[in-house]
Design a protein around this ligand. Sequence first.
Ligand code: ADP
Length: 327
Amino acid sequence: MGDIKKIAVFTSGGDSPGMNAAIRSVVRTCAYLKLECVGIYRGYQGMIEGDFKEMNARSVNNIINKGGTILKSARCKEFRTKQGRQLAYDQLKKEKVDAFVVIGGDGSFTGAMLFNKEFDFPVIGIPGTIDNDIFGTTFTLGYDTALNTVVEAIDKIRDTASSHNRLFFVEVMGRDVGHIALNSGVGAGAEEILIPEEDLGLERLLDSLKRSKKSGKSSSIVIVAEGDKTGKNVFELAEYVEEHLPIYDVRVSVLGHMQRGGSPSCYDRVLASRMGVKAVESLLDGKTNFMVGVKDNKLILTPIEKAVKGHTKIDSELIRVSDIMTT
Ligand code: ADP
């Protein structure tokens, strides 16, 4: 599409480590290809309000290692309405923007897809979310960093757990998917991992903890994804186990938002750099309404509609590995 001369980039929805590295990549690819580039602050909200800033290669110095997003992120109700999107389109036209790259999750992509349909406006998505719950990519930006953050936190909890022979319930992010819980659980050697994708029942949990105690383990860690299917939250689970297995001294740790922050891992920085280049080059190639993803370490494009509607699957091989490791 030879008529793309100016590209906008913004971050939207929940933030994740690696977003800055992706912004940097989009901006520098534009500079390299002699395209104009504009950053939009606060996602769709800033688009509607015209909160734009011209970006050049030097605008993104020293951000590859920073968590969060220099362009800020926001949730914007107005963009969910046709009138809101019309205002956004008017602002983009006023700024002479020809296409945009949105870095975000499912919701942000749904907005981009509607926008593309309504105004025939070229859009490309880069998946930025720690949950890794987007169809069409093996890794989303921020997921690898979040896993490392969670494993580091659990290692620390393990130190205190084993000093006191304690059982810790550790809640990690994942309302709908258990990728963080399963992978960090295996990585940190958790005794049990409770994920939204499977409900093994409370009996199994008690049996497993009994076995663990009998076999002489000095500490136990149970990872609980926010959306686990036991019907109990992490505090209720801890109470339940304390009631049924008084041999255990039980504690709870909710990791919360620390999982979203921090300097991105090398993997996320490299992936973000690759995805940014691919996003800009794809737009110039006339591709629109796609999301950039990675599969078998190759970058691929998936129609945004598929990315939004599809579901990721939990890794059954890893569940098996986890079962074997807790012997
Ligand atoms: P994420 O992108 O992380 O999934 P959200 O679901 O909060 O985060 O979506 C981010 C923003 O994308 C919303 O605040 C809204 O502006 C826009 N958006 C989400 N869903 C829609 C939709 N169905 N129609 C239009 N815009 C949407």
